[in-house]
Ligand binder design. Structure first.
Ligand code: HAM
Length: 422
């Protein structure tokens, strides 16, 4: 679990703002659910034999309640969707969330015990058009956040009868090798052989590589859905790979599965930036009056920040006030107050340091402008306004400072945009 100090938090804010702006254009509204849910919700929906439920949940009992600090967002959103009977109000709902999740995993690069997800869930659309639109949006989000080297992996796990057939096929494949499997996988062979495919045990990995894939047992309807998804991804010009090994580690999925993986190797084994899929059975399972199809994804914020260049653009104060004597402190504070009221970030240096030292600090903070108040400026009711990028400076009447700052900032922003080609 990590602290996020202010210099780092700025990157988080930028990422969150880009994310919110993109999903708003697709019509998603924000949902905020509690960090605590009944343990039973996760056990039933994610599955008792998954690593998340069997090994990683922070669960406790208080009074009569068995509670868990959420390891993911999908189950809580679905619980809220059913509890508030949202299906009765609108046929299709698009929700997004942003927040901390908790899993007691073995910490590694890109894997934390408190981490953050930005996710989306769509209720009421059976796809495959909405699946394609969602996957395309995920690629847009990741690109907008400055990640260049990634690949979209897709697969289908089929619906209920397909999964039952697939379980039988896996059991038949693994049974003759039972003794070679790790202890966890031997137990899973009896209860949920699909979960053997998530195993990180090297003994299991070799066997898993030769296991039958679900595509070979897909029912006709499932295959049609998957074909439709691929055709639409082609039409949207989203490059993707069909990855028959992709099963994802949560039991609730039906049909479409997808992941966006970083291809630069920077994150080692934790290469999934985001993952998601369809879960058409969960809403009915949770006691809704009628079943509602659903699909969603969640993106790991820490992982994106580790590989994203876009979040690094430094941003500093609009104006750094450098009063050269104590007599100028009051004027500097009053002028900064006026600028702040017009929406500008201002810093006032009241440490009594030399001009050189104050300007060095302004540079280090990436300030756009410095406002210098010396003896002569005070006497004439003026300020020296210095552009810290261009170096040019001019005397400005104190009363005209807000307009002069706005003008200079517009010039500076225009030049920066020209330089980056925006
Ligand atoms: P997930 O694959 O378990 O899916 O997690 C989604 C993403 O969260 C991962 O791809 C990864 O980037 C990030 N993540 C997961 N665990 C950690 C960790 N310990 N440390 C850092 N990052 C992590 C879900 O959670 C599903 N609820 C996604 C979904 C939404 N499916 C349908 N709707």
């Amino acid at each position: 679990m990590k602290d996020i100090l202010p210099a780092e938090a700025v990157r988080w804010q930028r990422l969150e703002a880009s994310y919110r702006a993109i999903v708003a254009r697709y019509g998603y509204g924000e949902v905020r659910t509690p960090l605590l849910e009944a343990t039973e919700l996760f056990v039933r929906e994610i599955g008792a034999d998954t690593d998340v439920v069997a090994k990683e949940m922070y669960s406790f009992e208080r009074h009569e309640d068995r509670l868990t600090v959420r390891p993911e967002g999908t189950a809580g959103c679905a619980r809220a969707y059913v509890q508030h009977n949202v299906a009765a109000v609108e046929p299709v709902s698009r929700w997004y969330y942003f927040g901390p999740m908790f899993r007691a995993e073995r910490p590694a690069k890109g894997r934390y015990r408190q981490f953050h997800q930005a996710g989306c869930e769509i209720y009421g659309d059976p796809g495959p058009g909405c699946d394609a639109e969602l996957i395309d949006m995920c690629a847009e989000i990741v690109r907008a956040l400055g990640v260049k080297a990634f690949a979209v992996h897709v697969n289908s796990i089929g619906s209920g009868p397909t999964r039952a057939r697939y379980r039988d096929a896996l059991r038949a494949y693994f049974e003759p090798h039972r003794a070679q499997l790790g202890e966890d996988s031997q137990r899973r062979l009896d209860v949920n052989p699909l979960r053997i495919l998530d195993s990180k045990d090297p003994r299991d990995k070799e066997l898993c590589a030769g296991a039958p894939t679900v595509v070979s047992v897909l029912a006709e309807d499932d295959a049609k859905h998957f074909d439709g998804l691929r055709r639409l991804l082609d039409e949207l010009q989203v490059p993707y790979v069909v990855d028959p090994q992709l099963v994802r580690g949560l039991d609730y999925y039906t049909r479409t599965l997808f992941e966006l993986k970083i291809t630069s190797g920077e994150l080692g084994a934790q290469d999934a930036l985001l993952g998601g899929g369809r879960y058409d059975e969960m809403i009915g399972h949770l006691g809704a009056k009628k079943p509602v199809p659903a699909i969603g994804f969640a993106m790991g914020i820490e992982r994106v920040l580790e590989v994203s260049a876009a979040a690094d653009v430094p941003r500093g104060p609009a104006c750094y006030f450098a009063p050269l004597s104590e007599a100028a402190h009051g004027k500097a504070l009053a002028l900064a107050k006026r600028l702040r009221l017009s929406g500008h970030w201002c810093e006032v240096d009241l440490r009594g340091n030399s001009m050189k030292s104050m300007l060095r600090r302004a540079d280090a903070m990436h300030a756009a402008l410095a406002a210098i108040l010396g003896e002569d400026e005070l006497a004439k009711g003026e300020v020296t306004l210095k552009s810290l990028q261009g170096g040019d400076q001019a005397r400005v009447a104190m009363d005209a400072l807000p307009e002069a700052v706005a003008r200079k900032l517009a010039v500076a922003t225009g030049a920066a945009e020209k330089a980056t080609g925006d």
